[in-house]
Design a protein around this ligand. Sequence first.
Ligand SMILES: *[C@@H]1O[C@H](CO)[C@@H](O)[C@H](O)[C@H]1NC(C)=O
Ligand SMILES: *[C@@H]1O[C@H](CO)[C@@H](O)[C@H](O)[C@H]1NC(C)=O
Length: 550
Amino acid sequence: MRLHLLLCIGTTCCLALCNSIKYVPSRVFPPLSLNAESEIAEALRAKLSDTVRNVLEDYSLQSQWDSTTSSFAIQLTSTDETIWTSYHTADVTDDIGGAPQKQVTGETAFRVASISKTFTVLALLLEKSIFLDDPVTEYIPELSHTVEDLIQWDQISLRALASHLAGIPRDTGGNCFVWNEILDREDILPMLAELGFPPPNTSERRERHVCQIEDIIENARQATPVFNPNDRSTYSNIAFSLLGAVLQRVTGEEYEDIIRAAVLDPLDMHHTTSLKPLDSQGIIPIEKNDWKTDLGADAPTAGLYSTADDLSKYLRSILGAELLSQAEVHQWLKPVSWSNSGSQAAYGMPWEIQRMTINPGGRVVDIFAKGGSLKGYYSSIMLFPEFGLGLTILVAGAEACLDELRERITTVLLPAIDAATCDHVRSQYVGKYVGKVKGWRIELDIDEGSGLKILEWTSNGTDFLQSYRFLQSIPESSQARLVPTGVLLREKQSWRITWDRSNDRMWSDFRFTNVDDIVYDNTALSEMLISASGNTIEALGITYTKTFEG
Ligand SMILES: *[C@@H]1O[C@H](CO)[C@@H](O)[C@H](O)[C@H]1NC(C)=O
Ligand SMILES: *[C@@H]1O[C@H](CO)[C@@H](O)[C@H](O)[C@H]1NC(C)=O
């Protein structure tokens, strides 16, 4: 046992020491265009279905949830089509009518809770008469007249609200429906003294009604800040109810009509709505649940019902830039601020961004996710833009079921799709390329951790990598890599050379951020244009063609 431990430590040390040049890139491969009929998709489906089977078999060991009372719908989609589906129906559900047990499908409605926030933000991004950098008081002037100690709403932009950066409380208080008031919890009320709470100021139970926009604004006026505006992120539901109010004021329409016109109709998402569908269209868990809860003016924060089919359409529309331009999508899928804890987690607008290490070499992938939870309904949508994939998991039942599925599926999916992408790049690009006459050669190789490497670049008989090193003072130990830029030039993919000249010094990471350095005769030295087939490389105006001779 001890020996084993030492060996492990030894290996780790060796990895760390032997590999003192730390190169931890992201995005080293162009995305695979994954076809549902392909062998890769077939293999992926088998792996993922196995994973779900294991989750279902293991649940009793975990005993955090129960497959007889939790149902789920899962879909994986590429930019073009659904690649994999997996559905599970609980043995016991709360569906009324005593009808024969219905099976969960891609058309079954679930509450998707806070996933609604992404629809609210998308509607804002699409509404050209709203300016995200304007203060919220520009649209809701009632918030202006606050006194000291209360929130300085005139300092809070719509963008800050949409990015969890306004520093405002999580939930509304006051006289309408709240999520986090302990005095509203009948199960806890008898235990208050036992739990150590001082007696409440108001002895009588407050009557709560469904929140109207006026309630939300009034409660916001009374609220005190959590952080100062734009200082640090903290999750806020109120923020999105206010953004919904902004949308409604500007358009003069109801939230349901706004997102229907802006998002749902253009994408053919006809089973997504903030109005409760027929019970027969949804899956209702046996446990206490929010299937019927009317969220009123909080609909823009958590009110939507949707299906796995619809959410796959939604994710495809983002990956494929259907409603927003590609540049707007790129902007939308960016971190806005670090989360308050953890160096691998950031908030976007309102994406929950998780940076995952998928390769022993340390290479990272960014996941843009949004989770949702209401009683009995737990859900997550995830975008993996680097691989052109989107994943939806909808659960009716226990939260632990979603946690388990999400954890296991992503940790299987990402390394698998990464390996498949790597194989594709290997067969497409690795090899020797030669010019028309002797003395012009490029040789590419690959490693999974760091992508394509330039082993050789001989230009007119001269070791051109050496010339590059000489011109830019790049140490001998540095390896030249190729980074796919996603840019098409003259119908070829533009790749850029980067040098892994990092060492263990704190600031060395920044050396990688620069892929455009010196130019020769108006052409970037770092640019290589590779044809779609991978058969030719153009560098400094010279064309090199793939050769299968030694
Ligand atoms: C209870 O009421 C008193 C008097 O109005 C007030 O000073 C105090 O802050 C209140 N406590 C809470 C927890 O609201
Ligand atoms: C290659 O280098 C030789 C000198 O060594 C030069 O005369 C010739 O023009 C160069 N050819 C090209 C195509 O650059």
